[in-house]
Design a binder for this molecule. Sequence first.
Ligand code: ADP
Ligand code: MG
Length: 456
Amino acid sequence: METPTPNRPLSDIWQCVRDRLRTDVGDAAYNSWLKQLELTNIHDDRVLMSVPTRFMRDWVVSHYAEKIRTAWSEEAGAEPQIDILVRPSGQSAPVLKNTLAETTTEKPVDQSLAEAGAPLDPRCTFENFVVGKANELAYAAAHRVAEADNVPFNPLYLYGGVGLGKTHLMHAIAWHIRQRDPTRRVIYLSAEKFMYQFIRSLRYKDVMQFKQLFRSVDVLMIDDVQFISGKDSTQEEFFHTFNALVDQNRQVIISGDRSPCNLDGMEERMRSRLGWGLVADIHQTDYELRIGILQSKVQHMGAKNVPQQVLEFLAHRITSNVRELEGALTRVLAYSNLVGRPITLETTQEVLRDLLRANDRRITIEDIQKRVAEHYNIRISEMHSARRARAVARPRQVAMYLAKQLTSRSLPEIGRKFGGRDHTTVMHAVKRIDELRQNDSTLSEDIDLLRRMLET
Ligand code: ADP
Ligand code: MG
């Protein structure tokens, strides 16, 4: 086997793969079935090849897939997934101009379709999507659509606030369908891009082509449909495209930032049509989901040494949406990486000061003291007192710990609120409780309970 050389031209590799195949299957079979096989695209760890007809594709897949895979891996030194597609008539492979190193970006399988659509983020798959109460319906619906051979509900309408995973789910559907059946024509694009292309087609007088293209797909996905509101001619065109596809039993998937009936500026008939299929909303995340998402990201990034305490802190404090949560984690990791310091609660708070302020839900230290005192059945004045008996000292430490986790107050500020204690006392309390929690499940449960009460 040759060593893979990243700058070896693809055309060279491809020629050698073909030679190997010819030797392997013999001239006759080669000329009948493999001569017309073309290299169409290379994308991440997938290699797309194409043949001119569906019949040929089925034959090649069932008789030669294994041989093609072997020839490829022997020649290129990698073992990608190989997909064989039917190419639209008259099209050839543009990909051969490149070298292996240059082809990691998406290159069209079907040029016009790919140009009309938007590229898909390789990270946005079902595997990378963490499911919780907030998004389980949307996830289940998306997964069903991606798995189905016929159309289970039409359209699927996903809605929710920004950064909650609508686009992620749509990309996941597209990836999944492409993988299951690469011959299905899937197009994903934003409503804005749809509008832009329609308007451009009006200007250049190729509305027919626009119509044909969008009506030839098997799966149409339009993201952020609220942006279509108000633009009359585009709305009209969208409506017709939508109806044409639904009538032909093609899957349509739409996302929006609000429910169909609340899409102001959208015509009544369109609003009602959008609600005909399955409408699934994504809610604000809860604490458990945020923790799950953080853990999954940490794992994917291969980041070690992120203390659980920091993840909990982020999950408690960055509640606006998943995008911000992700951004916060990335910032903390980048910072620790750059300055070469370990990630601690302190550095996290320092790095995210602005973000934390924006997400501050204004839990006050007084609230915390009151709740904790109630919970442990001690007087609230004990929070400020100098008494050191365990029965009051431990709850006081718990309150300090929660104050550090749930507010943006600095250690000296917290100290001051606890009867003018020194910041080192607060620091010690935070550390102590954190240690105790590891082995004391009652304490750990108390803290979770208090936290939950304070946050609702
Ligand atoms: P929206 O389109 O609803 O505004 P996105 O789909 O762009 O939101 O999500 C924002 C970011 O959060 C993306 O990076 C996405 O991968 C991530 N994300 C959202 N929800 C989840 C989830 N449940 N699990 C993992 N990542 C998520
Ligand atoms: Mg989006």
